[in-house]
Design a protein around this ligand. Structure first.
Ligand SMILES: Nc1ncnc2c1ncn2[C@@H]1O[C@H](COP(=O)(O)OP(=O)(O)OP(=O)(O)O)[C@@H](O)[C@H]1O
Ligand SMILES: [Mg+2]
Length: 249
């Protein structure tokens, strides 16, 4: 039996996670930190327990999504704040799925926040911090070689499938899934070459979650808009999902 991959050198420090290489060249180790940023890094804070809540929620959701037939990068969780994942070549097209209008689409199109959409909507954004992740069309992605046509078709299809799974999941917990962001990548390992995997994370950092009935925000908008204590909000979300307090506290 082979040993599980061991953590090796730090490879990338992002705004919310650190990525390490491992003893297996096709496997990365992702460490979820307590760092919070908003407005592309302009607003920053450290939020106790955020890394753990995000890592555990993301792992839980990725397992459900995989069970529904959308392959993900997740291999396992060596600790409550770490994921072992298949190394991928991240496709620089971020996918946002919307069920209600909120955030950037409201500004862009003059919609009132909370406007119901007749059906789930998929938007593509170019993953570029320098450019503030601009909205793009298929044409841009194809023209500049960010993704191929079949990949864009897959991203749309898989994202809508993930939306179905997530909507049912949050619905049962009394939460409306307003929107969320996904990243996908191309698997690097020889035996998986060409396969597209759902990567990165699915967390309340990259989702809008509104409590049914009250409309209370249970996501990173609490931090973006100073609506309360993000740590308390995330711990409450954890308890809602797992039926127990984080750290039994
Ligand atoms: N399986 C994977 N293989 C390779 N890279 C990955 C994988 N999953 C996620 N990543 C990348 O690892 C990084 C995670 O760090 P984090 O989310 O903190 O970055 P970030 O500050 O949001 O910056 P970025 O703009 O690069 O996303 C991201 O760049 C993400 O795209
Ligand atoms: Mg990120």
């Amino acid at each position: 039996m082979s040993l599980p991959p061991q953590r090796a050198e730090l490879f990338y420090t992002g705004k919310a996670k650190q990525v390490f290489r491992t003893s297996d060249p096709d496997v990365y180790w992702i460490h979820f930190t307590d760092g919070a940023t908003a407005f592309n890094g302009v607003k920053r804070a450290t939020i106790r327990d955020k890394g753990e809540v995000n890592a555990r929620i993301s792992a839980h959701i990725f397992e459900r999504v995989a069970a529904a037939g959308v392959p993900t990068h997740l291999l396992g969780a060596p600790s409550p704040v770490d994921h072992l994942v298949h190394r991928v070549d991240i496709i620089p097209v971020e996918v946002v799925v919307r069920n209600l209008a909120a955030g950037s689409i409201c500004k862009r199109l003059g919609l009132e926040e909370g406007t119901a959409l007749p059906r789930p909507m998929v938007e593509f954004f170019y993953k570029s911090d320098e450019l503030n992740d601009p909205l793009i069309t298929d044409e841009h992605a194809l023209m500049f070689g960010w993704a191929e046509a079949w990949e864009l078709a897959y991203l749309r299809h898989a994202s809508l499938k993930v939306n179905q799974v997530l909507r049912a999941f949050w619905d049962e917990l009394g939460v409306t899934l307003v929107d969320f962001k996904l990243e996908f990548g191309r698997a690097m390992a020889r035996e998986r070459r060409g396969q597209i995997l759902l990567a990165d994370e699915i967390t309340p950092d990259g989702s809008r979650l509104w409590e049914k009935g009250t409309g209370r925000h249970l996501d990173k908008d609490v931090f973006r808009r100073d609506l309360g204590d993000l740590g308390d909000t995330y711990r409450e979300l954890f308890a809602r999902i797992f039926g127990e307090q984080l750290h039994g506290g």
